[in-house]
Design a protein around this ligand. Structure first.
Ligand SMILES: Cc1cc2nc3c(=O)[nH]c(=O)nc-3n(C[C@H](O)[C@H](O)[C@H](O)COP(=O)(O)OP(=O)(O)OC[C@H]3O[C@@H](n4cnc5c(N)ncnc54)[C@H](O)[C@@H]3O)c2cc1C
Length: 468
C-alpha cells in the first residue's frame, strides 16, 4: 500500500493550496478528487462559473454603458443560454489546465475517485472503472467542500426547478425567475438575471438581506435593485413549489401568497460533503449540516493527524479564505511554521452592483461603544465616475475618533471587489484617516473615492495639528 506524507481529499481552493504548499516543502502528496476534472466547486459550479456568467451577462447586455445610452441599450438583442455558456467553457478549460500544470510542476499526484476512511490513516479510493485502491497518509486533509441543500419538498427537475449547480446547464433563458434564498449565492444570481432583463423575484424568510454587511450599503443596494423592478419578498417563507400544467412554477408562501414564474432557483444553503467519507472509521463525526469541527488556528480535527479546511469547516465559506486555510493546515501538518492571517479579510459579493467590505460595520462599531466618524464618497463625485457614466456607487469608511485609525471600509458599486483592497491594506497596517488625506491618488480613478471619503471624515474629525 502506497504511503504519503499528506493525502488531500478534494481539489478545490483549500485542497489545491494545501497540496501545493506541502509539495513545495518537499513532501509526498496525493490529491483524491471524485469529480471528472480537478478544481472543485470553485472552478466547476461555484465561484468561477458564476463570475464568468456575470461578466458575460454584463458585456452582452451592455449594462455598463446604460448610464449613457439608457436602459433600453443592448450590445446583443437576443441573449441565449448558449451565449452565456460559450465563454464559461473556455474559462473553465483554462482554469483546469492551469491547475493540472501546477500539480504536475510541483509533483503532486492526483487520482480520480471517491475517498472514504477504512481506518484513521487509511483511505479507500473507489475509481469510476470499479477498481478500488488503498492508501495511507501520515497526515490527511479533508477539503471536501459542500453541496447544495436540497430539501425533500422541493420538486427539483433540473429544468425549471433547479439548485445553483444545475443552473449552469440550462438550455433556455426563462422570462421570469424566482429565487428562494437571499444569501450571497441567491442574490448574485438574482441580480445577474435582472441585468439580463428577466423578471426576478427573491424570497427569503429573514426580514433583512445580507445581515453581515453595513446597513447603509445594503440600503443603497436594495434601492438600486428595486429601482430596476426586482421584487424582494422578505420575512416570508416559501412553503411549497408546484409545477403547473402550463409549464410554469408556483411558489406558495406561508401567508398564502403565490408567486408564479418560469423557473425557480433554490439557493437556500449548502451542506458539508462529508456523507460519503465514512467518518466513524476515522473517529470523526460531522454536525447536522455535514460540517467538521476544527481548531481555528491549526485546522486539526478531533483526530490530531486529520485536518479539515475550506467550506467543510463552515464560516466564512469563501474560495479566498479556503485557500489560506488549506495552506495553513498543510504547513501545520508537515511541521512548518504557520503564521495566523490578519484578522480582517475582505468579502466580495459579485452581485450587480458589486458589494465589498472589510473590517467593522457601523453597527458593530456602535455595539462596541467605539467613538467613530464616517466618511462617504459617491462614485458620481469622481471624474472617473463621470467618464464611465456611473450614477450609483458608494464608498464608506469608518474611523476611530480616539486613534484616528480606519476601522472598516464598505463599498457598493462598480469595481468594489477590487477597490476594497486599498482599504484592507490600510486597515491591516493600522493606518489612519491621514493616509487618505495626505496621499496622492491617480486621477481620474474610482480609487479617488477614498480621498473624497477620507476628507469627508477628516473635515468632521478635526485637524490634529490645530487641536489643542
Ligand atoms: C455559486 C457560488 C458562487 C461562489 N462565489 C464565490 C466568490 O465569488 N468568491 C469566493 O471567494 N467564494 C465563492 N464561492 C464559494 C467557493 O466556491 C467556496 O468557498 C470554495 O469552493 C470552497 O473550497 P473548498 O476547497 O472547501 O472545496 P470545494 O471547492 O467545494 O471542492 C471540494 C472538492 O472535493 C471533492 N470531494 C468531495 N467529497 C469527496 C470524496 N469523498 N472523495 C474525493 N473527492 C471529494 C468534490 O468533488 C470537490 O471537487 C461561491 C460558491 C458558489 C456555490
Amino acid at each position: 500500500m502506497q504511503e504519503y506524507d499528506l493525502i488531500v481529499v478534494g481539489s478545490g481552493p483549500a485542497g489545491r493550496r494545501g497540496a501545493i504548499q506541502a509539495a513545495k516543502l518537499g513532501r509526498s502528496v496525493l490529491v483524491i478528487e471524485q469529480g471528472k476534472r480537478v478544481g472543485g466547486v470553485s472552478v466547476h459550479t461555484g465561484t468561477i462559473p458564476s463570475k464568468t456568467l456575470r461578466e458575460t451577462a454584463l458585456n452582452l447586455s451592455g449594462w455598463r454603458e446604460r448610464g449613457f445610452y439608457g436602459r433600453a441599450y443592448r450590445v446583443k438583442q437576443e441573449i441565449s443560454a448558449d451565449d452565456l455558456r460559450r465563454r464559461l467553457l473556455i474559462t473553465l478549460d483554462h482554469e483546469v489546465e492551469v491547475l493540472e500544470h501546477q500539480f504536475a510542476r510541483n509533483r503532486v499526484q492526483h487520482i480520480r475517485g471517491k475517498a472514504s476512511f477504512v481506518t484513521p490513516d487509511t483511505l479507500e479510493i473507489h475509481k469510476d472503472d470499479g477498481e478500488t485502491l488503498h492508501v495511507t497518509g501520515k497526515s490527511i486533509m479533508l477539503a471536501v467542500g459542500t453541496k447544495p441543500y436540497r430539501p425533500e419538498n422541493i420538486p427539483f427537475d433540473g429544468v425549471s426547478v433547479l439548485d445553483s449547480d444545475e443552473l449552469l446547464d440550462i438550455r433556455d433563458l426563462p422570462r421570469s425567475i424566482a429565487v428562494i434564498g437571499a444569501g450571497v449565492i441567491g442574490i448574485e444570481y438574482a441580480t445577474i438575471f435582472s441585468a439580463l432583463d428577466l423578471q426576478v423575484t427573491v424570497i427569503d424568510p429573514k426580514p433583512a438581506i445580507l445581515d453581515f454587511i453595513d446597513r447603509e450599503i445594503v440600503e443603497d443596494f436594495i434601492y438600486q435593485l428595486r429601482d430596476r423592478s426586482m421584487k424582494l419578498i422578505l420575512g416570508q417563507l416559501a412553503e411549497s413549489v408546484e409545477k403547473l400544467d402550463n409549464g410554469k412554477c408556483c411558489i406558495t408562501l406561508d401567508n398564502g401568497r403565490r408567486v408564479v414564474s418560469d423557473m425557480v432557483l433554490y439557493a437556500a444553503g449548502r451542506v458539508g460533503a462529508t456523507d460519503s467519507l465514512n467518518l466513524p472509521a476515522a473517529g470523526l463525526t460531522a454536525d447536522s449540516r455535514g460540517r467538521l469541527n476544527v481548531d481555528p488556528e491549526t485546522f486539526q480535527t478531533d483526530v490530531p493527524h486529520i485536518y479539515a479546511a475550506g467550506d467543510v469547516v463552515g464560516f466564512p465559506s469563501l474560495a479566498s479564505t479556503s485557500m489560506e486555510q488549506g495552506r495553513i493546515a498543510a504547513r501545520v501538518a508537515i511541521g512548518a511554521i504557520a503564521k495566523e492571517p490578519p484578522k480582517y479579510f475582505p468579502y466580495g459579493i459579485y452581485a450587480v452592483p458589486e458589494i465589498s467590505t472589510c473590517g467593522l460595520t457601523e453597527e458593530e462599531v456602535k455595539e462596541r461603544g467605539i467613538p467613530y466618524e464616517c466618511g462617504i464618497a459617491r462614485f458620481r463625485e469622481t471624474s472617473r465616475g463621470h467618464i464611465m457614466g456611473l450614477d450609483a456607487g458608494l464608498l464608506k469608511m469608518i474611523f476611530s475618533l480616539k486613534t484616528r485609525r480606519l476601522l472598516g471600509v464598505h463599498i457598493v458599486g462598480e469595481g468594489a471587489t477590487e477597490l476594497v483592497h486599498i482599504g484592507q491594506a490600510v486597515l491591516n497596517l493600522k493606518g489612519t484617516v491621514e493616509y487618505f488625506v495626505e496621499n496622492t491618488f491617480n486621477y481620474p480613478t474610482l480609487a479617488e473615492a477614498y480621498k473624497i471619503a477620507g476628507l469627508d471624515a477628516w473635515n468632521r474629525m478635526g485637524d490634529p495639528f490645530q487641536m489643542g
